[in-house]
Design a binder for this molecule. Structure first.
Ligand SMILES: Nc1ncnc2c1ncn2[C@@H]1O[C@H](COP(=O)(O)OP(=O)(O)O)[C@@H](O)[C@H]1O
Ligand SMILES: O=C(O)C1=C[C@@H](OP(=O)(O)O)[C@@H](O)[C@H](O)C1
Ligand SMILES: [Mg+2]
Length: 297
């Protein structure tokens, strides 16, 4: 194999280059000459010049001496630990230097903001069995938060250009899942803030459900089986429970089977414990709690 290709494929070589660059820039930042650094660290000037050129593989002891001479942590000299930008590397270095007693506060803040909100944005997704209130409560919540209300099933129908019934008849569950996944991803790309009503059956598509939980703040709207049934019957729509003598047994079985999945939502709200308007108020509190981001460290 040619020498150059081998060097490029060797992650150690690029690490040494990065170490060299970090050393040079750390030294430059504090106005230290190579001679100064050699004196302060005990390494020879010639060795330092090799290291800075990316041509060396220093021992941990040497690194420790260099770091001490530069008033840095050893980790600050090491190649990026997977960070994708200088800012990320700087943030990681700052975290490493943070006194332990401040670390807990900073981690708490990071969890609530950086990690949490960057992926979930200000998106709220409502999940739950039919009659939970995803549609009715979702519209009311969106109104109160001043964000759009989007129903996944409606968006699927728009994207397909036909009714859900037609889509299922022509394409079946697999096509429905493909549409749901495409529409979900588009919503996440285009809507930083929204209330999204998921179809009750979203839990059946494992990979999509994972994406849903990861890309929005999720709230499971719970109701008693009796309320699920009466609300659905009132709407004259019996999906996914067929009208039969065993309808209530079917409903309970579906609810039981889905409870572990619905239960993974970030928050749960019992909609059976109070009337609609009170439920809207509670839901708004829950949603604002999830969106609330502490900005002061
Ligand atoms: N406390 C409550 N919480 C949610 N919905 C309620 C409540 N009380 C009555 N309802 C009614 O129950 C129905 C819930 O249906 P819907 O919003 O279509 O549920 P989903 O979209 O989850 O199937 C709505 O007509 C709503 O007005
Ligand atoms: O719970 C379910 O299995 C289903 C719920 C419906 O969505 P909604 O809960 O939005 O009505 C729809 O996805 C389909 O009829 C299956
Ligand atoms: Mg609905």
């Amino acid at each position: 194999m040619p020498q150059k290709a081998q060097a490029q494929a060797d992650p150690g070589a690029s690490g040494n280059m990065e170490l060299g660059a970090r050393l040079r820039s750390a030294r430059a930042k504090i106005g230290m000459t190579r001679k100064d650094l050699a004196r302060a660290s005990g390494a020879s000037e010639r060795y330092l010049s090799h290291l800075e050129a990316g041509d060396g593989n220093p021992s941990l002891n040497v690194l420790a001496d260099l770091a001490q001479a530069l008033d840095l942590a050893v980790a600050d000299l090491l190649p990026l630990g997977g960070e994708r930008s200088a800012e990320q590397a700087q943030a990681a270095a700052m975290l490493r230097r943070l006194p332990p007693e401040r670390l807990e506060t900073v981690m708490d803040w990071l969890q609530k903001t950086a990690v949490h909100s960057s992926r979930k944005g200000r998106r709220i997704v409502l999940i739950g069995l039919r009659g939970a209130g995803k549609t009715a409560l979702g519209a009311a919540l969106a109104d109160r938060l001043g964000v759009p209300f989007i129903e996944l099933s409606k968006e699927v129908e728009k994207a397909y250009g036909g009714s859900m019934g037609l889509l299922l008849e022509m394409g079946g569950q697999n096509v429905l899942r493909r549409y749901e996944a495409e529409v979900w991803d588009r919503i996440c790309r285009t809507q930083e803030a929204a209330v999204i009503g998921a179809p009750g059956g979203i839990v059946a598509d494992g990979p999509l459900y994972e994406r849903v939980l990861g890309a929005a703040h999720s709230i499971w709207l719970q109701a008693s089986p009796e309320d699920h049934m009466s609300r659905v019957v009132e709407q004259g729509d019996f999906r996914p429970m067929a009208i039969s003598r065993s309808a209530m047994a079917d409903l309970k079985a579906i609810l039981d089977a889905r409870t572990p999945d619905y239960g993974r939502a970030d928050a749960h709200l019992n909609t059976s414990a109070q009337d609609f308007d009170q439920t809207v108020r509670l839901l708004e509190d829950v949603a604002r709690g999830l969106l609330d981001v502490k900005t002061a460290i």
